[in-house]
Design a binder for this molecule. Sequence first.
Ligand code: SAH
Length: 358
Amino acid sequence: MTTTPTLTGLSLAQLEIFLAEMQEPRYRAKQLFAWLYKHGVSSFDEMTDLPEALRERLKSSATIGSIEAISKQSSTKDGTVKFLFTLADGNKIESVLIPPRKGSIDEEKRLTVCISTQVGCPLDCAFCATGTMGFTRNLTPGEIIGQVQEIQNIAHRPVTNIVFMGMGEPLLNYGPLMQAITIFSSEAGMGISPRRITVSTAGYADQMRRMADDGAKVKLAISLHSLHNETRTKLMPITKKHSVEEVIAAATYYFEKTKKSIMLEYILFDNLNDSHVDVKRLVKVSRHFQCRVNLIPYHSIAFTNPSGFAAGLRGSPPEKISWFSKELRDAGIPTFIRDSAGEDITAACGQLAAKKEN
Ligand code: SAH
């Protein structure tokens, strides 16, 4: 069985090979690359500097994209929009358009999207809705890029910032993730500066080191949530594979190689990770590498009917969140409390869980 190749997601080198097989000159690959990524066209007819005969051949031998937005849900409270996409094989994924903070300097220009790297997720973190879907498969580079392109088309504005905080663990899909980042940040492609791209990981220490060795220029965020191995194992079973110490050592390595400040994400759970001892642990870690802490209010995943340990999780009360952030700031750590944008449409962090077909 032959399948029609999808062009979105292919690198310049791969487009050159594809066109060479069609006996086309090499420079056509650059033109095609620009049409796919710089202009983001959705039909071959729009590729006006390609000869008509070539456009016709492309129409019969390839498709442009492999992902389609099938529904859109907007928050009435804060402008967050959640998109549901269907992939060529019928699987579904979600992405979120996050509005800029009201009154921020770049409110007019900024457009942030939170995108997925896997269908489902194998990690099973106790607090995350995506984990309850189980894992189906990794996304291709084209499916990762397609989320951003589709949202741009619908919003009629270019995306300026990308966060890999949707479904899945980005570092378990390393090759396609890096290929998508290269295309996002390529000047001849989508032209989004790597400084405006954040990869969030649950702490795959070996892959974090690999990223640093590969000269990554993107920002790294780590979902830390606890620096106590026993507590963190309950929250995030991946801690059995990579201990807190290993994650911190890998973060230190990433910082030393890239000189980029690392974002530590920390959901505050009532009476679990919000004590004075927890503050002290964070302060100690911040001496190893430059970092800032992003405190995240816990977004309920009651809609997944959690049981056992997960069912007992409660977010820290707002006063505790303020106290915790003040302690960190007083210790000299830049600390932010993340907005819970999109909670009313279950589009906030960790609430993405597309329903499977039937
Ligand atoms: N696998 C990656 C990216 C997806 S999760 C990672 O673990 O970082 C993106 C962010 O949402 C992470 O910081 C994650 O810990 C957070 N998150 C997950 N579930 C949440 C919930 N119920 N409430 C608040 N934040 C949550």
